[in-house]
Design a protein around this ligand. Sequence first.
Ligand code: BG6
Ligand code: MG
Length: 217
Amino acid sequence: VIRGVVFDMDGVLTDTLEFHYQTWQRLADEENIPFDRKANEALRGLSRRDSLMAILGDRMLGEAIVEEMLDRKNRYFLEFIQTMTQDHLLPGVLDLLQELRSDGIRIAIASASQNVDLVTRQLGLTDWVDAITNVYNVPHPKPAPDVFLYAAEQIGLPPHQCIAIEDAESGVKAALDARMWVVGLGPQERVGAAHVILSNLNSVRWKDLLDKIQCCR
Ligand code: BG6
Ligand code: MG
């Protein structure tokens, strides 16, 4: 039986990709490092540090400089987050949460974002979830399974009783390695490894989702 759902945040509950793009672009421009939307797409789901490492490529910088860049990027990002409200929830999310609640399903968020608590609050979701975990609560970021394992522990369930919902390749891998049932949101090239693939959560009914998972068991 499925008793819990663990949501990724960015790209699943809300679309912050554009905010991340704008802020990485601003930093890259300041540092004269080439960057564009296509390069940003490859950063989906990666931690802030892993994202910066990908942007820097083979440029070798000292730790203090790296830290300063990570802080600066986040300062820019926080400016966007302040503007977020419940209107930034992706279509279908609230309906699905409502169904999960009335079915007694435990709900967690497992995010690579250090801003997960703040964004959850801005979206008005704090009272909807039983646990919020991020990669800073665990030793290894996604694609390691740690954050999903920790989320399952936080809601008191074994991973195989949980469905994870993810939009990033690294997140799908993390959830699969945690032995959860995985719903991937997005194109086959990105989330093709998931048990069930959907384009988004718009109009997704909990019962239908359970049926789809049932089919691959
Ligand atoms: C992930 C996003 O959820 O969080 C990434 O998909 C982002 O794009 C990462 O880099 C880290 O976020 P933050 O808020 O800690 O910079
Ligand atoms: Mg994501």
